[in-house]
Write a protein that binds this ligand. Structure first.
Ligand SMILES: NC(=O)c1ccc[n+]([C@@H]2O[C@H](COP(=O)([O-])OP(=O)(O)OC[C@H]3O[C@@H](n4cnc5c(N)ncnc54)[C@H](O)[C@@H]3O)[C@@H](O)[C@H]2O)c1
Length: 401
C-alpha cells in the first residue's frame, strides 16, 4: 500500500520514517531544499536518524517529492502541515487549505485522508472535507479521519510506538481503516466517538500545559516577592502523592504547540459564545515573563543596562533541540535591547538565527540563561560574566527566579 504524507517537518517526517517499515511512503513537501536533502538521505529532524532515512530510500520504501502528481496512486494521505496563528493571532488554516488543494487536484480515486495537523474541533468535518471537495475536478467520496499528533521532538522515552494515539473518522469505515493504518506502528490506539473529540482533546492537552506553566510563572513572582525559594516550595508541594503535578518556572513557552494551540481553543470557544478568559490570561502571563526577568536583571545591575554587554545562553525553545519557533529567547533579547543592552547569544545547537550567529560563551557583563542544553558546560556559563541570571533553575551558583 502506498501512503502519501503531506508536510515533511517534525510530524510528517517522523510518521514517514515509522510508516516506511510497512508501507511505500511518498513524502510531499513544498520546500524543494528539504525534499532534495531528504532524497539524499539527510534528515533535518531530531530523533529521525539520517541512516534510517537512507535505509528506506535504498529499499525503495521512501521518496520525497514536490510534485503533487506523485501522490496520485496513494491509498492513504496524511496531512501534517503547519497550523500557526495569523498576524492578529487568529487560527491560520492556509497551509491546510493548500494541502487540501494538493489532494483535490491530484487524487482521482477515493482515498483515506487523515489529518494530523493540530486544529480546532470541526476542522476535519467543516473545513478539510469541503475544501478537498471544492478543489476536486469531479465529485469523489474520500474517507476522512483525524489522529492528532503527540510527538515531542528530541524525546527518547516516548515515541510513535508507545505514545497512545487518539483517532476517529467521519464514518465507521474511515475509523476502522485509520485503526488498521496506525496499528502497524503504534501499540496503543484510543478510539473516541467523533473527530471533534479528538481535535478538542489535543488542544486541551496543550492548553493544560500552558495554563499550568503560566500558574507556576506567576507563582515564581509571588515567591520572590515573599523572599522564599520557588524551587524549594515546588519540591515541598510535590511531596503530596496525589492531586499535584509539578511544573517549573521559565522565561515563557515556545515551540509550535503550547504558545499556539490554546489560542485555537480560545478562538473557537469565543466563536461559540463561550468564555476563554483563563486561557487568554495564561498566554499573557507567559508572554510577560520576559519583561519580568529583564526587570529583575536590571534591578540587580544598578537599575540600568545601558551599554552593557548581555549574553543570552540558549535560544532554542527547549533543551537539546535546534527549534527556535516561538522561543521565549526572542522576547528576552528584545526586552534586554529595549533597556539599552548590547545583546549577543550563545547556542551552538541553533548555530545561526535571524541573521546572527552563536557568540562565544565568554566576555559578557551579564548572562541570562533561557535554555540550558546538556552539552553546555555550567562552569563556562558561570565564568562568562560577573553576573549570571538563570531562568531554568538548573545552574547552581547563578541568580534565578
Ligand atoms: N512539532 C511538534 O512537536 C508537533 C507535535 C504535535 C502536533 N504538531 C502539529 O503538527 C503540524 C505540523 O507541525 P510540524 O512541527 O511538523 O511543522 P514543520 O514546520 O516542522 O513542518 C511542516 C512542513 O510542511 C511543509 N509544508 C507547508 N505547507 C505545505 C503544503 N501546503 N504542502 C506540503 N508541505 C507543506 C513545510 O515546508 C514543512 O516542511 C502542526 O499542526 C503542528 O501544530 C506538531
Amino acid at each position: 500500500m502506498k501512503v502519501g504524507i503531506i508536510g515533511q517537518g517534525y510530524v510528517g517526517l517522523t510518521i514517514s520514517a515509522f510508516a516506511a517499515e510497512y508501507f511505500d511512503v511518498v513524502g510531499f513537501d513544498l520546500n524543494p531544499k528539504i525534499v532534495e536533502q531528504l532524497n539524499l538521505g539527510v534528515s533535518h529532524i531530531e530523533g529521525i536518524e539520517s541512516a534510517l532515512l537512507a535505509k528506506w530510500i535504498r529499499a525503495g520504501r521512501y521518496k520525497a517529492t514536490t510534485r503533487g502528481s506523485d501522490l496520485s496512486d496513494c491509498e492513504i494521505i496524511v496531512i501534517a502541515v503547519p497550523t500557526p496563528l495569523t498576524g492578529d493571532r487568529k487560527p491560520d488554516l492556509s497551509y491546510i487549505d493548500s494541502a487540501c488543494k494538493t489532494i483535490g487536484q491530484n487524487l482521482s480515486k477515493p482515498v483515506l485522508v487523515i489529518n494530523e495537523s493540530t486544529s480546532f474541533p470541526g476542522t476535519l468535518r467543516d473545513f478539510i472535507k469541503p475544501t478537498i471537495e471544492k478543489y476536486s475536478q469531479a465529485p469523489i467520496e474520500h474517507m476522512y479521519a483525524i489522529s492528532p499528533e503527540r510527538v515531542d521532538p528530541g524525546r527518547s522515552d516516548f515515541n510513535q510506538k508507545n505514545t497512545p494515539r487518539l483517532y476517529s473518522g467521519l464514518t465507521s469505515e474511515a475509523t476502522d481503516r485509520t485503526k488498521d493504518f496506525y496499528s502497524k506502528f503504534c501499540d496503543n490506539l484510543v478510539q473516541v466517538s467523533s473527530p471533534e473529540v479528538a481535535e478538542a482533546a489535543k488542544l486541551f492537552e496543550n492548553t493544560f500545559r500552558q495554563v499550568n506553566i503560566a500558574l507556576v510563572n506567576e507563582f515564581a513572582q509571588i515567591a520572590h516577592s515573599l523572599g522564599i525559594s520557588v524551587y524549594e516550595t515546588l519540591d515541598a508541594a510535590n511531596t503530596k502523592p496525589y492531586g499535584f503535578m509539578k511544573f517549573t518556572p521559565s522565561a515563557g513557552v515556545g515551540g509550535h504547540c503550547i504558545p499556539v494551540d490554546p489560542t485555537y481553543l480560545a478562538a473557537v470557544a469565543e466563536e461559540h459564545g463561550a468564555p476563554a478568559t483563563f486561557i487568554r490570561r495564561a498566554n499573557e502571563v507567559n508572554l510577560e515573563m520576559s519583561e519580568y526577568i529583564v526587570r529583575r536583571v536590571t534591578e540587580d545591575n544598578g537599575g540600568s543596562l545601558q551599554g552593557k554587554n548581555a549574553l543570552v545562553v540558549g535560544v532554542a525553545y527547549k533543551p537539546n533541540v535546534a527549534d527556535v519557533r516561538e522561543t521565549a529567547a526572542e522576547l528576552v533579547i528584545e526586552q534586554l535591547r529595549n533597556q539599552g543592552a548590547v545583546v549577543t547569544w550563545h547556542d551552538d545547537i541553533v548555530g545561526s538565527w535571524k541573521g546572527e550567529s552563536s557568540a562565544p560563551l565568554q566576555g559578557a557583563d551579564l548572562t541570562v540563561i533561557v535554555t540550558k542544553h546538556d552539552s553546555v558546560d555550567e562552569k563556562k556559563i558561570l565564568a562568562s560574566a560577573p553576573y549570571v541570571f538563570d531562568t531554568t533553575g538548573k545552574v547552581k551558583g547563578a541568580k534565578g527566579l
